[in-house]
Design a binder for this molecule. Structure first.
Ligand code: PLP
Length: 401
């Protein structure tokens, strides 16, 4: 059993030769603390058994651990455990809302409001819904500094809008949505609102009850937890009324060939044997993040963003995108250097950034660039990472001069 090392250490932050890896791609996926790695290892090892089925003690213990994870994850976002569905990730959670709630509730001519900065995961599921229900998609523009323009949203929303789906934190520009205002605008015309919390949940305090949203989705792997697991939180009355979207074991009450009845939510939405060890790792990650405090994490990452923007802004060839007050994410381009070339040269310096369209091609078109470079921070990032990034960019500029 792995228990002897520091629960707060991140083995993934070292290179293969044991040097410090300047990992600036946490918005893609966060490195894992030993607390999470150990929990998953135990769950797959000495504690392993199935859940919700076995009559033996190990399975009963595992079921308790799985349901405890649901409580831990719900607690992180101020939700109730019976309102939290485990999914494969944020993408699957949005597809769940689309294929269950939207198919049951939207009709031709109903409207869905998205924004220009959405991740493909919060665009494509709604395009599939447009094709099946005849609903129409509207796109809310951005402010000059790259935030969802809520004044424009207010002007666009009509009683025909049945759903608003916005990112809480942009994965490209890092801007933080005023969720309370977005909720008030959506509810003002009778629309439901889904918040894509994928980037937010590890970076800013989230309280779904206080925010008043209807759906909130996120992935564990950006929250220092495992891949293959995420969550949909939905208001209890909405979730209770939603039909299942996948059928199979675990989600039923009684099955006959003539008719099948469903289990109550959240089990109704968790067909098949779930991702057991991943859920347990998710719960440990949620508790671990709560222990660190999201206000403290936000303050730490905001300070790094300010330093990075200041340092990059001093380089003439660098162009910064997004608002100054971004949550842990800095996107930029360099005149005359493709972001992919920059990413490759930085890799030689043990600096990992993301370069590309960030699954936000409509936003790239809006910014009029094929791609950006993106440095993103986490609780384990520090000034040495920014210094290494700047050194790498200076070397790149010399190579391209
Ligand atoms: C804002 C946003 N939404 C949705 C997703 C999709 O998350 P996943 O691939 O974990 O389902 C991401 C991942 O990059 C994201 O940044």
């Amino acid at each position: 059993m792995l228990t002897s090392h520091d629960a707060d250490a991140f083995p993934g932050l070292l290179t293969r030769d044991g040097a410090r890896w300047h990992y600036l791609d946490s918005a893609a996926t966060a490195q894992k603390p030993n607390a999470v790695i150990d929990a998953v290892t135990r769950a797959l090892g000495p504690d392993y058994a199935t859940v919700h089925r076995g009559l033996y003690a190990r399975s009963a213990d595992m079921t308790m651990a799985y349901e405890a994870a649901r409580r831990q994850v719900a607690a992180l976002i101020g939700g109730a455990e019976h309102e939290l569905v485990f999914t494969r990730g944020a993408t699957e959670a949005i597809n769940l809302v689309a294929q269950s709630w939207a198919v049951a509730n939207l009709k031709p001519g109903d409207r869905i409001l998205l924004s220009m900065l959405e991740h493909h995961s919060n665009i494509v599921p709604w395009q599939l819904i447009r094709a099946t229900t005849g609903a129409v998609i509207d796109v809310c523009p951005l402010t000059q500094d790259g935030q969802i323009d809520l004044d424009a949203a207010q002007a666009m929303l009509t009683p025909a809008h049945k759903l608003v789906a916005f990112s809480h934190v942009s994965n490209v520009l890092g801007g933080v949505l005023d969720v309370a205002r977005a909720v008030a605008l959506a509810h003002g015309v009778g629309a439901k609102i889904l918040i894509d919390g994928c980037q937010a949940v590890a970076r800013v305090p989230v309280d779904v009850a206080a925010m008043g949203c209807d759906f909130y989705v996120f992935s564990a792997h950006k929250l220092y937890g495992p891949t293959g697991i995420g969550a949909l939180w939905a208001r209890g009355d909405l979730l209770d009324a939603m039909p299942p979207w996948q059928g199979g074991g675990s989600m039923i009450d009684r099955v006959t060939f003539a008719e099948t009845t469903w289990a109550p939510a959240p089990q109704r939405f968790e067909a098949g044997t779930p991702a057991i060890a991943e859920a347990i790792g998710f719960g440990v990650a949620a508790d671990w993040v709560r222990g660190k405090g999201l206000a403290a994490i936000h303050a730490h990452e905001s300070a790094l963003v300010a330093q990075a923007r200041e340092a990059l802004g001093r380089l003439n060839a660098v162009r910064l995108y997004g608002p100054a007050a971004s949550a842990g994410i800095v996107s930029f381009t360099i005149d005359g250097v493709h972001p992919h070339d920059l990413g490759t040269i930085l890799d030689e310096e043990n600096v990992a950034i993301r370069a590309g369209h960030h699954c936000a091609q409509p936003l790239m078109a809006h910014l009029n660039v094929p791609a950006t470079a993106r440095a993103s921070f986490a609780l384990y990032s520090d000034q040495t990472d920014i210094a290494a990034l700047v050194r790498g960019i200076e070397r790149t500029l010399r190579i391209f001069a």
